[in-house]
Design a protein around this ligand. Structure first.
Ligand code: MLT
Length: 264
């Protein structure tokens, strides 16, 4: 693990391989580990793969009162440190929110964007209330119970039953993140701006990976967003809720490989 500096905070990243760069941003309550299989696949394909722990997760520092645009600036600190040439950016869920903010700030750096179980819309009032309740819960009880309840809900039930090791491993990792970092991310998501206009104006191809059994993002939103960019590749992953990199591993890898080829 290496570290870039963003406003005196350590941002952890890994960069492996040579070839055209692909940057992977994990979702909420996860870290770079979630990309292990995709990373291996992309390295075998001859790409340079950069995984970044977003602020408050993995080995990156917590940034007080962090915002989604600041998370994108933290990504830029890594991009600058590595002097990356234009890359394909892949963001899972919250990582997709950060990817859109990144595109808004540095569109010239992106030659392809993947929203993996993500979308450009701001929180509804109901979601904001739910986030605040979760923040209050974590500040009273810590985050262990919160992540134990959250993570299994990201999978379809059958997958959780058959893949207890993977789900437990994700819970175990998330339980080690600082509760403060989790609360900061909840707050950042709650306050984030709508990015529909950014998606409408993107100047690169966009790949949407949608869960056929998604329960975190309303299906209507997943579909509606696909009409926004000029060039959209849309794929629905059957039998998948919010974690297609695990539950539809080889299918999602193949789709991503083809998309990257298209973007070159
Ligand atoms: C994520 O997986 O990053 C979250 O589900 C995003 C969110 O809560 O909006």
């Amino acid at each position: 693990m290496k570290f870039a500096n963003y406003q005196q905070h350590n941002i952890a990243y890994e960069c492996e391989g040579k070839g055209s760069p692909i940057v992977l941003l994990h979702g909420f309550c996860a870290d770079s580990w979630m990309w292990a299989d995709l990373k291996k696949d992309l390295l075998e394909e001859g790409h340079q793969v950069i995984t970044i722990d977003l602020p408050g997760f993995g080995q990156s520092d917590v940034i007080p009162a962090v915002t989604i645009p600041q998370m994108a600036e933290a990504v830029q600190a890594v991009v600058q440190e590595l002097k990356l040439s234009p890359f394909v950016l892949i963001g899972h869920s919250m990582g997709g929110y950060v990817s859109l903010a990144y595109h808004q700030q540095h569109d010239y750096n992106i030659k392809g964007l993947t929203l993996f179980h993500s979308h450009p819309y701001a929180d509804t009032e109901e979601t904001k209330e739910k986030r605040q309740k979760n923040i209050d819960f974590i500040s009273r009880q810590g985050s262990a119970l919160f992540v134990k309840q959250l993570i299994p809900q990201l999978f379809v039930e059958g997958f959780t039953r058959m893949n207890a090791y993977t789900v437990d491993r994700l819970i175990h990792r998330a339980a080690r993140f600082q509760p403060e970092g989790i609360m900061q991310a909840l707050n950042a998501m709650k306050n984030r701006a709508d990015q529909s206009k950014t998606l409408e104006n993107v100047n690169c191809p966009v790949l949407f990976l949608i869960g056929g059994k998604e329960t975190i993002i309303p299906h209507e939103w997943s579909m509606k967003q696909t009409t926004l960019p000029a060039i959209a590749h849309v794929h629905t992953l059957d039998k998948t809720n919010h974690m297609g990199m695990f539950s539809a591993k080889s299918t999602s890898q193949k789709i991503i490989r083809e998309f990257i080829l298209f973007c070159q």
